[in-house]
Design a binder for this molecule. Structure first.
Ligand SMILES: Cc1cc2nc3c(=O)[nH]c(=O)nc-3n(C[C@H](O)[C@H](O)[C@H](O)COP(=O)(O)OP(=O)(O)OC[C@H]3O[C@@H](n4cnc5c(N)ncnc54)[C@H](O)[C@@H]3O)c2cc1C
Length: 401
């Protein structure tokens, strides 16, 4: 499918090309697609809280959001390295990848833990864009990062489950047909390990809304389409269970490395976007009869950010390569996310400073990207929790919480 797109953008598919060459072709194709959606388009989405339906549809039809779906299910069967290149280019173009990135990785729960019937039913439709699976419901208002204490329950009935509880910050649910939901099937005080007793479910969002599921959008700093969810006796069939009952934490956890690597790649894209903008402006803006970029006070921060984004990009590549070869990559995926989110935020700050007062004018687009990239030091996992992971699992220090 992706090959067809490469032809569409006048790059001949060549079976002998190396992986690096193929990734360059993917980058070029994504850039060409994104060029059809300029920054005014994204500014308009931001102003009107709009959803870029056409952009997401084109990205899906082009095969880019199905990069990680195996060919037997209609996807491109490529790796996280290729997926990361797609997401990086989307962000570098000035677009907001948060509108669609989850369509790439949430399906990993179905791919790795779904039954054969679930895979055959859902994956080809997700690859074709007929079904949008870009919502996952984990976070709850009272438990936050402490996922294994979550309180939403799924009680078994004769032929299914009944769901009660609340979720918060669940993104894109109004633009998704399916959601992966994590809920408690065994009380916390009855499980041997705190990671047990949680189960993952596929929720048919359209069937659920109004029949036990209420969705309320959250007004927020960025146009991320996040909502609060209220479950009041929502009935779902038993075959909506994803993986084994009581083992849902693993279903969700298994997808997290891919998610972190892709978000890190988005941050690299944002970082490069800011550096491109800052460099161009530093070269063209004249104050005191010379370009502001002649001042080391202006050029050094940009050069430092460039260096930091390049370093973060290497960690993204390392994590993606480990993931694609099936090797453990938890530490690298986490470190990539932390380094890249900090580098992109710093690059955004320096880009603001370089633009002086004009940084605040919406028509320069920087303040929008600045707000968007800030998210990634908090979600999907905050920097502190990454540092805890590295301290405990990599360096062998005691668990802090
Ligand atoms: C725009 C947006 C979109 C989101 N989309 C989704 C989504 O689609 N699906 C979903 O399930 N969730 C989503 N989230 C939720 C997101 O994953 C959480 O906000 C994030 O994991 C942090 O959880 P919290 O907000 O409850 O913070 P808390 O857990 O309350 O933490 C608050 C602060 O305390 C720190 N902290 C907490 N415990 C410790 C500790 N033990 N040691 C050191 N520091 C600690 C944290 O690092 C953080 O800085 C989204 C959030 C936002 C803002």
């Amino acid at each position: 499918m992706l090959g067809e797109i490469l032809v569409d953008v006048t790059l001949a598919e060549n079976p002998t090309q190396t992986r690096a060459e193929e990734i360059e072709h993917i980058r070029l194709a994504v850039r060409q697609l994104c060029a059809g959606y300029g920054e005014e388009y994204w500014l308009d989405m931001d102003r009107t809280l709009g959803y870029p339906t056409e952009f997401v549809a084109e990205l899906t039809q082009a095969g880019f959001l199905g990069v990680l779906i195996p060919e037997e299910y209609g996807g491109s069967g490529l790796g996280v390295l290729e997926a990361a290149a797609v997401m990086e280019e989307v962000c570098r173009s000035g677009a907001h990848a948060g509108v669609c990135h989850a369509q790439m990785y949430v399906m990993g729960s179905v791919l790795r833990h779904g039954s054969d019937a679930q895979k055959k039913e859902f994956l080809p439709k997700i690859a074709a864009g007929e079904l949008r699976l870009q919502s996952f419901g984990v976070t709850e208002p009272t438990t936050g990062t402490n996922t294994t204490s979550l309180k939403t329950t799924a009680k078994k009935t004769g032929d299914g489950y009944v769901i009660n509880g609340q979720k918060v910050w669940i993104s894109r649910i109004q633009h998704s047909d399916l959601m992966v939901l994590l809920a408690r099937t065994t009380d916390q005080d009855k499980v041997a390990k705190k990671t047990e007793g949680l189960s993952a479910f596929l929720i048919d969002v359209k069937a659920a809304e109004g029949n036990g599921l209420e969705i309320r959008p959250i007004e927020s700093m960025i146009n991320h389409h996040s909502c609060e969810l209220f479950f009041d006796d929502l009935e779902i069939p038993a075959d909506n269970l994803l993986g084994e009952e009581g083992r849902g934490f693993k279903v969700v956890l298994d997808g997290m490395n891919a998610e972190r690597i892709l978000i890190a790649a988005e941050c690299v894209g944002d970082g490069r976007y800011f550096i491109d903008k800052a460099t161009a402006y530093a070269n063209e803006r004249n104050v005191f009869d010379r370009p502001i970029g002649m001042n080391q006070g202006v050029q050094f921060p940009i050069a430092r950010c460039y260096t930091e984004v390049e370093a973060a990009s290497l960690m993204v590549e390392k994590a993606a390569n480990l993931f694609d070869t099936g090797l453990p990559c938890g530490a690298e995926a986490n470190m990539a996310k932390m380094l890249a989110s900090e580098a992109s935020w710093k690059a955004g700050d320096v880009c603001m400073q370089t633009h002086g007062g004009f940084a605040f004018a919406k028509e320069y687009h920087i303040e929008r990207k600045f707000r968007e990239t800030r998210l990634y030091q908090i979600a999907p996992i905050s920097t502190n929790l990454i540092l805890s992971y590295v301290a405990e699992h990599v360096l062998g220090m005691p668990r802090s919480y």
